[in-house]
Design a protein around this ligand. Structure first.
Ligand code: PXP
Length: 237
């Protein structure tokens, strides 16, 4: 059974809607760990639209499981990672105008730069995972570039709205996980996974870790609504 790592970016998204202090993603991370999460993921974007540098400093001090820093392969982020020393770095492509990460890294076409980038992190003891589409060439490229992990992008599987398409996308994820494990890469999966579609991915034997954010934060908002309103009604009397 894979372990669950929880992405807390969207707790920060809600906070940034008012540029205030709440809800604090650091508190959310602690609660996620109390509930059994095996890891916490935060994506520090170049534009700082949700997670802030301060969040990462505090997460580094408070996360008791595994802190996964998701970031673009830029010089600024490399400096931050080397200072912060997360338990793992996940490299993702990043575009300013996107709503969320839109696809895997094209490792094959950035081999030279990524190989050097990964080597710098790994030499200082920080393992690197590459977020890639379930495509054989990308998995081979990830291995060649020196990554220890791959995170297989499950977005196309999650977004498929016809059963046969979903099955087709699932088979691609299964094939990618098998290839990666054969090459000696450790395998995670994520993006778009929710309470309806997670089980098929969780049952792939090679997948050691699931990285999930949006659906968990969405459910937290709804299952927390009853208690939050009751607490305010009690005070508003
Ligand atoms: N993995 C990676 C590399 C991501 O960029 C994201 C989104 O930030 C996730 C997993 C989590 O995706 P979701 O929020 O759709 O669960």
């Amino acid at each position: 059974m894979p372990k669950l790592s929880v992405n807390i970016d969207h707790i920060a998204t809600i906070r940034q809607a008012r540029r205030g202090n709440e809800p604090d993603p650091v508190a959310a991370a602690t609660l996620a760990e109390f509930a059994g999460a095996a890891g916490i993921i935060a994506h520090l974007r170049e534009d700082r639209r949700h997670v802030q540098d301060r969040d990462l400093l505090l997460l580094r001090q408070t996360v008791r499981t595994k802190l996964n820093l998701e970031m673009a392969a830029t010089a600024e982020m490399q400096r931050i990672a080397l200072d912060l020393r997360p338990d793992i770095v996940t490299l993702v492509p990043e575009k300013r105008e996107e709503l969320t990460t839109e696809g895997g890294l094209d490792v094959a076409s950035r081999m030279e730069g990524l190989t050097a980038f990964i080597a710098t992190l790994q030499k200082s003891g920080i393992p690197v995972s590459l977020f890639i589409d379930p495509v054989e060439g990308q998995i081979e490229a990830a291995k060649k570039a020196g990554a220890q992990w791959v995170e297989i992008h499950t977005g196309s599987y999650a977004n498929a709205d016809r059963e046969f398409e979903r099955e087709h996308e699932l088979q691609k994820v299964i094939a990618a996980a098998t290839t990666a494990a054969k090459l000696g890469l450790r395998v995670g999966a994520g993006h778009g996974l929710n309470y309806v579609n997670v089980q098929a991915i969780a049952s792939i034997p090679e997948v050691e870790e699931l990285n999930i954010g949006h659906s968990i934060i969405s459910r937290a908002a709804l299952v927390g609504m009853d208690r939050a309103v009751r607490d305010m009604v009690a005070l508003a009397k």
